[in-house]
Design a binder for this molecule. Structure first.
Ligand code: ADP
Ligand code: ZN
Length: 612
């Protein structure tokens, strides 16, 4: 097939199967390279559109099929359900399926009736070795999803992935496509080596997710944080969100507290039973549960495109995790929010983890970079993308620093108060104790040590705990004092700190805003370029009605609402208001099968709405 004819065919499939009009970014180049028989390594952020890269080659192959290796059973089953909704013949071979089902799948493969075969890594080699050439000859691609799992350097090494190294040796003529959202160079090189694809072409997409607004709140105390979270959720009433917590018990506490305040929230963590975990995931995906309070265990296996916000109630341990977690928001490309709460207490706790880990140096460095991101006075997106070695040389206008630049003031007096308190404890106090001294809190251990008799006791009473937290952090960052990690985290004044203490130098601080975050209500959030270009307005009442209809149809069909249509498709409907099948069929995300299945219900609802 010539490249032009090839591309036309691919675009026709894209329209008829998925309801999309164009490939995004590198998608076509990747597909084309695969059709030429080339190996590839594909780096794309979550939500970037990796799946189409391997699905389209499978669909385009005459009687062949693509093998997709994926580590997560739940995700696999979801993808297959979603593909089947679009009329695409996809099957899975995994341990959750019955023997009969698995045998059926093999029969279908033999008959050339499957286009995409999803399989778990541990099952693959064993399975292939039993196939006859009638099947193996039909394999047109090995797609290795979450390919970083093969690398010891990655953050999610899985031993079962190491077997995949033999694929290329056994089937040298079949292209291999390794896909991951982990960008660092060591992992990337290791993937090529482990999979034996030294000549693989590298496709690196931008890691920017411009629709996610980035926000950081510094220094909030526990109670304040809770208040701010509740406020935030109420601002996003009816939308799906994830709140990440550091520890299991925090997820439970958070969920209980939110529930008490009338917000429908549930915890999710690794110690829960498989059944409970599945229930939470299912309810979340089906829009029956809006808020999940989770440890990092949540989200891995979830393909839900309309998560509208991700809150980190504690700082994550590194930028990779942070980016992966916020990436679970806004996969449909519509505006979404990331909100990070950050305190010195988090840093201390994370330092403990890092010190106990096998790779102290690496983990401490990564933590420091995360901390710098949280404390930064420059555009946060710049820091993130620079971290991933991507050039980004302008302000993003969709982060808290850009939208609300920090106000600076002369903080020398505050610094002197803090430094003098540290000095008077003989540098035997932690940041927490120093805050208590400055605030004049007669706590048992303060009195016991006689700190209530220090001259500095209570001199900083006019600032709140949150303000002191924020300012002490800035002073630490500036290098006025250091934390002796090997000495119970006691604070030690540096030479620079002494200069400031004795008035030989002055310092500037960023003003702490009590309100902390100013994440706007969605109406005022940045419009996306696409929707800005549209003349027509989104009819919000209709959008809500269509959401209800989607939910009812999903219930009836025993599938998740997002598998009926994404929020983005519903928005297109509530904007364009199609009343005929032809008008309906050209909308975003409406492929042929879905058009057939759903046009009547949706256009009827739209006509009904227009009458009112
Ligand atoms: P990833 O696997 O990289 O996280 P997905 O493959 O799930 O991302 O794609 C994210 C979303 O973008 C999905 O809803 C997908 O259908 C949509 N998408 C992918 N490619 C396109 C495209 N060319 N045009 C429109 N939407 C697309
Ligand atoms: Zn910015």
């Amino acid at each position: 097939m010539e490249e032009i004819g090839r591309k036309e065919y691919a675009l026709a499939l894209l329209r008829s199967c998925y309801g999309y009009d164009n490939f995004r970014g590198h998608q076509w180049d990747i597909i084309n390279h695969t059709l030429d028989g080339g190996d590839s390594i594909v780096l794309m952020p979550t939500g970037g559109g990796k799946s189409l890269c391997y699905q389209i080659p499978g669909l385009m192959s005459d009687s062949g099929f693509a093998i997709v290796i994926s580590p997560l059973l739940a995700l696999m089953n979801d993808q297959i359900d979603a593909l089947q909704q679009n009329g695409i013949p996809a099957r899975a071979l995994n341990s959750e399926k019955s023997d009969i089902e698995n045998r059926q799948t093999v029969d279908l493969l033999m008959e050339g009736k499957v286009k995409l075969l999803y399989i778990s890594p541990e099952k693959l080699l064993n399975e292939i070795s039993r196939w006859n050439t009638a099947i193996t000859e039909r394999i047109c691609l090995f797609a290795v999803d979450e390919a970083h799992c093969i690398s010891q350097w990655g953050h999610d090494f899985r031993p079962e992935y190491t077997q995949l190294g033999t694929l290329k040796q056994q089937y040298p003529h079949i292209p291999v496509m390794a896909l991951t959202a982990t960008a660092d160079r060591i992992t990337r090189d290791d993937i090529a080596e482990q999979l034996h694809i030294p000549d693989a072409r590298l496709f690196v997409s931008s890691f920017d997710r411009p629709n996610i607004s980035l926000n950081v709140v510094q220094g909030s105390t526990g109670r304040q944080k809770m208040k701010q979270i509740v406020q935030f959720i109420n601002l996003h009433h009816g939308e799906s969100g994830i709140i990440y917590c550091l520890r299991r018990k925090d997820t439970e506490k958070m969920a209980a507290e939110l529930t008490r305040l009338g917000i429908d929230a549930r915890p999710f963590h690794a110690a829960m039973s498989a059944q409970d975990k599945q229930q939470v995931q299912r309810d979340f995906i089906n829009d029956d549960l809006k808020v999940v309070c989770a440890t990092i265990a949540f989200g891995m296996g979830i393909d839900k495109s309309n998560v509208r916000y991700v809150i980190h109630s504690n700082m994550p341990r590194n930028i990779e995790s942070y980016y992966q977690e916020i990436g679970r928001a806004g996969r449909d490309g519509l505006p979404a929010e990331a909100l990070l709460f950050y305190t010195y207490g988090d840093v201390v706790a994370l330092q403990q983890f890092a010190l106990q880990s096998g790779q102290v140096q690496v983990n401490m460095d990564k933590l420091r970079r995360m901390q710098q991101f949280a404390e930064s006075g420059v555009c946060r997106r710049r820091i993130l993308l620079n971290y991933f070695n991507e050039r980004f040389d302008h302000d993003c206008h969709n982060c808290d620093v850009c939208n609300n630049p920090p106000e600076r003031f002369d903080g020398s007096t505050y610094a002197q108060m803090a430094l003098s308190a540290i000095k008077r404890t003989d540098e035997q106090a932690t940041m927490f104790t120093v805050t208590d001294i400055l605030r004049g809190w007669r706590k048992a251990d303060i009195i016991e040590k006689g700190y209530d008799r220090l001259k500095t006791f209570g001199v900083g009473r006019d600032l709140t705990v949150a303000e002191w937290n924020a300012y002490l952090l800035q002073m630490l960052q500036m290098g006025l004092f250091e934390v002796a990690y090997n000495e119970n985290n006691h604070l030690k004044i540096t030479d620079y700190g002494n200069e400031v203490l004795f008035g030989r130098q002055s310092i500037q601080l960023n003003r702490y805003h009590r309100q902390g975050f100013n994440v706007k209500k969605r109406e005022t959030a940045l419009p996306l370029p696409e929707s800005a270009a549209q003349e027509k307005q989104l009819d919000k009442v209709l959008f809500e009605k269509l959401k209800d209809l989607r939910k009812a149809l999903a219930k009836a069909g025993h599938i998740a609402p997002y598998m009926v249509f994404s929020d983005k498709s519903l928005q297109a409907m509530a904007t364009e208001k199609p009343t005929t099948q032809a008008e309906f069929g050209i909308l975003y995300g409406v492929g042929e099968v879905k058009c057939q299945k759903y046009w009547r219900a949706f256009t009827a609802a739209i006509r009904e709405h227009l009458k009112e």
